[in-house]
Write a protein that binds this ligand. Structure first.
Ligand SMILES: Cc1cc2nc3c(=O)[nH]c(=O)nc-3n(C[C@H](O)[C@H](O)[C@H](O)COP(=O)(O)OP(=O)(O)OC[C@H]3O[C@@H](n4cnc5c(N)ncnc54)[C@H](O)[C@@H]3O)c2cc1C
Length: 583
């Protein structure tokens, strides 16, 4: 029997979005009982590795304003962002920054003691607030510290959530494996907030933590919830070669230059005005074009081709003060001290623009565009959509804060109302039993297949790196789909070698692999489906943006038969008509 554990609200994910949501619920009503579930120790969520900054308008007296932040975000999104959501985002962003300040965030300072801001790609004003190059780490510390000030919430570290349980279009709870015992638990609640982050680990060359396997996205689809705009994956221009570890955009914000093998600042060819601070899609394509046209360099052991990020002219003092992690990571992982030598970099998978279909209040929507009662999504896993086809750097941590705040606020009000009405928690036995079967049949089956789940994960990443990267075309995407179909059938046949229950990481890896295979398949099919180039999605065979046919969001759902079904919804355009993007 699956143990049933009751809470008022369940938050899946303890990154910036999850923690911010938890605080907001407690601020609304300290009597609401909250569970925060994470598959890793709470503070190991990927958010701790955010480096460069968090965007918000602070100094209007110096010329910045929210109109400019909204315009930069919408232009950056290649006009696929929903403009009403962007307006709400830029309005709430400044108060989130000041709030963190009051909760103890050690922002880097200007000489006058006020919060410092640095330039970031695609932003017309230096508006990325930062704490050296460890912004996410300090934000997580600050949020966690604030949350500790409240009682009546429980953290469930190392609980792996396997399904979102929905009945009669209402959220009922989630099933999870307690990794320490291997037993399944049904967390039952009035409301749920999914804050499981992105899916960067679908790729091999990525800046993401090993945990970013897209579980929340796959679980949503299994529960019948569509994913929006999954073809849009962001490639960050500066992944350190050969590991893929992020070299923050802050390095270019502080004045770093990109050089090809001939020593040319090649960005003058692609974005003569913005140069290295053009948006990420533009810079990544520029780097890959230099490489394709033979002006790149080649790493000896991996064969990875790259260009150079030169920080030498910034000087040792600035590099050490503003970019200490960049220096440390370059020395430790590439044997290069950026004070003396340029850093080898190439585009790395970095962000999932697409995600769970929500409205502007981060309420999760069904295929009929109806709110799934009691369910919200926040942070990177949600597609509201602010970032459209391309996210601007430093806008994601801001979205985690704003969306966490909105989802938490709403969930608290919703639960207060239900409790007043005397609503009861429900246990959909059938759904739970079928999930138990899906998970434990794998574990309990005696066969040991000769298909290693580790090989499967590696194969997914190899396919995605090769065919669903910065430049895409029909032939490559079709090859990828064929390979991913084979991989999905192998996933069905693979079993964890380890049959024990206690800390069975083999089982977790298998469940993650199944999620990765589903999400990779949907990303690839969505990329094949969109026959235009927009933002981060670039089709060599359809190099133009096609507003007539494609100024719309894609909604994708994976059927039980393994087919991806698409539907479309219009982009909300309230203020600015799409124009050609030039930087
Ligand atoms: C190296 C790096 C640097 C970045 N730098 C910046 C930056 O400077 N500025 C910026 O704005 N953005 C940056 N980003 C992007 C930004 O950090 C992320 O988009 C953001 O932190 C995501 O936060 P989140 O709260 O949505 O989820 P995450 O922080 O990714 O957390 C996900 C949570 O979900 C939990 N979870 C997932 N699946 C399950 C499951 N099945 N069961 C239980 N729990 C689960 C995890 O345990 C974790 O707690 C960076 C990203 C990376 C990778």
């Amino acid at each position: 029997m699956v143990e049933v554990v009751d809470h008022d609200i369940i938050i899946v994910g303890s990154g910036i979005a999850g923690l911010r949501a938890a605080i907001e619920i407690k601020r609304q009503d300290p009597s609401i009982d909250v569970a925060v579930i994470s598959k890793v120790q709470l503070m190991r969520s990927h958010s701790v590795s955010a480096e460069g900054g968090t965007a918000a308008v602070l100094y209007t007296e110096e010329g910045d304003n929210i109109v400019s932040h909204a315009w930069d975000t919408i232009k950056g999104s290649d006009f696929l962002a929903d403009q009403d959501v962007v307006w709400m985002f830029v309005k709430y962003a400044p108060s989130e920054i000041r709030q963190l300040e009051r909760w103890g965030m050690p922002w880097s300072r200007r000489p006058d003691g006020r919060i410092a801001q640095r330039p970031f790609g695609g932003h017309a004003f230096p508006r990325a607030c930062y704490a050296a190059d460890k912004t996410g780490f300090y934000e997580m510390q600050t949020l966690y510290g604030r949350l500790l000030g409240f009682d009546n919430w429980t953290r469930y570290d190392e609980y792996y959530v396997t399904s979102i349980v929905i009945e009669d279009n209402s959220f009922r709870g989630v099933t999870a494996i307690d990794m320490s015992s291997g037993e399944m638990v049904f967390f039952r609640a009035y409301a749920g907030i999914i804050a499981t982050g992105g899916a960067g680990r679908l790729y091999k060359f990525t800046t993401y933590a090993y945990t970013a396997t897209g579980d929340g996205l796959a679980m949503a689809m299994r529960a019948g919830i569509p994913l929006k705009d999954m073809e849009f994956v962001q490639f960050h221009p500066t992944g350190l070669v050969p590991s893929g570890i992020l070299i923050t955009e802050g390095a270019r914000g502080e004045g770093g230059h990109l050089l090809n093998a001939k020593g040319e600042r090649f960005m003058s060819r692609y974005a003569p005005k913005a140069m290295e601070l053009a948006p990420r899609d533009v810079v990544s394509r520029a780097i890959m074009t230099e490489i394709k046209e033979g002006r790149g360099l080649k790493e000896e052991y991996t064969g990875l081709e790259y260009v150079l990020l030169d920080l030498r002219h910034l000087g040792e003092e600035k590099i050490t003060q503003r970019l200490p992690a960049v220096r440390e990571v370059s020395i430790k992982h590439a044997g290069i001290d950026p004070v003396e030598e340029p850093i080898p970099i190439r585009p790395a998978a970095h962000y999932t623009m697409g995600g769970i279909h929500t409205n502007k209040y981060y309420q999760v929507l069904s295929t009929e565009n109806k709110w799934v009662k009691g369910l919200w999504a926040a942070g990177e896993v949600a597609a509201a959509s602010i970032h459209g086809a391309n996210r601007l750097g430093s806008n994601s941590t801001t979205e985690c804060l704003v969306s966490g705040m909105i989802a938490g606020h709403q969930a608290a009000q919703y639960v207060q109302k239900l409790k007043k009405e005397g609503a009861q928690l429900e246990t959909p036995r059938e759904e739970i039993e079928s999930e138990e079967k899906r998970v434990y049949d794998k574990l309990l089956k005696t066969e040991t297949s000769n298909v290693s789940v580790y090989d499967i994960r590696e194969e997914i990443r190899t396919v995605m790196d090769r065919y669903v990267y910065v430049f895409r075309d029909e032939e490559g995407l079709k090859t990828a789909l064929r390979k991913l179909r084979e991989i999905r059938s192998l996933v069905e046949k693979s079993y964890p070698e380890d049959k024990s229950r206690v800390y069975n990481t083999d089982l977790i890896m298998s469940l993650e692999a199944a999620n990765m295979a589903d999400v990779a398949y949907v990303v690839t099919q969505s990329a094949l489906n969109r026959t235009e180039s927009r933002g981060a999605h670039y089709r060599i065979d359809y190099p133009r943006r096609d507003d007539e046919n494609w100024l719309k969001h894609t909604l994708a759902i994976l059927t039980r038969e393994g087919e991806v079904q698409f539907s479309y919804i219009p982009v909300t355009i309230t203020t600015w008509k799409p124009i050609e993007r030039k930087y």
